[in-house]
Design a protein around this ligand. Structure first.
Ligand code: IPE
Ligand code: IPE
Ligand code: MG
Length: 237
């Protein structure tokens, strides 16, 4: 049976900004700047396509290990993105949210995240979720801590702990799992992204670097997804 549906939730590992720039003899930073254009185009395209949720991996916990200069510029670009793209979010009825250890981001970035969340909270269209200072293992550890805290408070007992309880403690507790995981830049790895949530996601990797990724590329991924058979370990008659 062919899965003719649109993915409800698309997650993207936006990779290859640095290589895109290097190939053009530009600094890595130019790649990050151009990457913002791709974010705008893909966000709008997904909203118009009635995708329910788009989750974008924008900054991992491991990305702090990059040179200080690059990290500082990334944080500055992130702040600028959050301010400049506010009208795009609001005009497209998008509800903005973020996952990751947000408290570990610079205060001025946290402030803009809070404004975007607040101003878009009544929107009824697509959910746009940015993964920031995000790590998949950290998310699982944070969930385990939350569960232990509940257990110490007597709110949960050992025999109650199941996948549902875990799910409720994940950053993504109120979201569906991604149906389609796209990675640009060609590397065949998940780089600590949504480890719990992607257990049955369909993977689609393209060599196209993120700054070159356009809505035609997105359509190609969606078409490929629609033609796949999702079996979840079972059999289809
Ligand atoms: C993705 O592009 C952006 C972030 C991780 C912030 P990269 O900066 O990883 O680009 P490459 O992979 O080095 O080309
Ligand atoms: C994944 O890209 C993280 C983001 C896109 C934010 P990386 O460039 O950090 O991943 P690796 O280093 O290739 O695994
Ligand atoms: Mg990379």
């Amino acid at each position: 049976m062919i899965n003719n549906n649109l993915p409800k939730h698309i997650a993207i590992i936006m990779d290859g900004n640095g290589r895109w720039a290097k190939r053009r003899g530009l600094s890595r930073i130019r790649g990050h700047v151009r990457g913002v254009d791709s974010i705008r185009e893909i966000t709008t395209a997904c909203a118009k396509r009635h995708i329910e949720q788009l989750t974008l991996y924008a900054f991992s916990k491991e990305n702090w290990s990059r040179p200080r200069y690059e990290v500082e510029i990334l944080m500055r670009l992130l702040k600028r993105y959050l301010i400049r793209e506010r009208p795009t979010i609001l005009d497209n009825n998008i509800r903005f949210t973020a996952i990751g250890q947000i408290e570990g981001l610079p205060k001025d970035v946290q402030k803009e995240i809070a404004i975007n969340k607040e101003e878009s909270k009544s929107n009824t269209g697509m959910v746009l979720c940015l993964a920031l200072n995000y790590g998949g293992r950290a998310e699982i550890v944070d969930a385990a801590r939350g569960i232990v805290a509940d257990a110490l408070d007597g709110k949960v007992s050992l025999s109650d702990i199941d996948e549902e309880v875990f799910k409720r403690h994940m950053y993504t507790s109120n979201m569906s799992d991604p149906d389609l995981l796209i990675r640009t830049g060609g590397d065949m790895r998940v780089s600590n992204f949504l480890l719990w949530e992607i257990s049955y996601a369909e993977l689609w990797v393209t060599p196209v670097c993120w700054p070159d990724f356009r809505k035609e590329n997105l359509e190609e991924a969606i078409r490929d997804y629609s033609a796949r058979e999702r079996r979840y370990g079972g059999l289809i008659e």
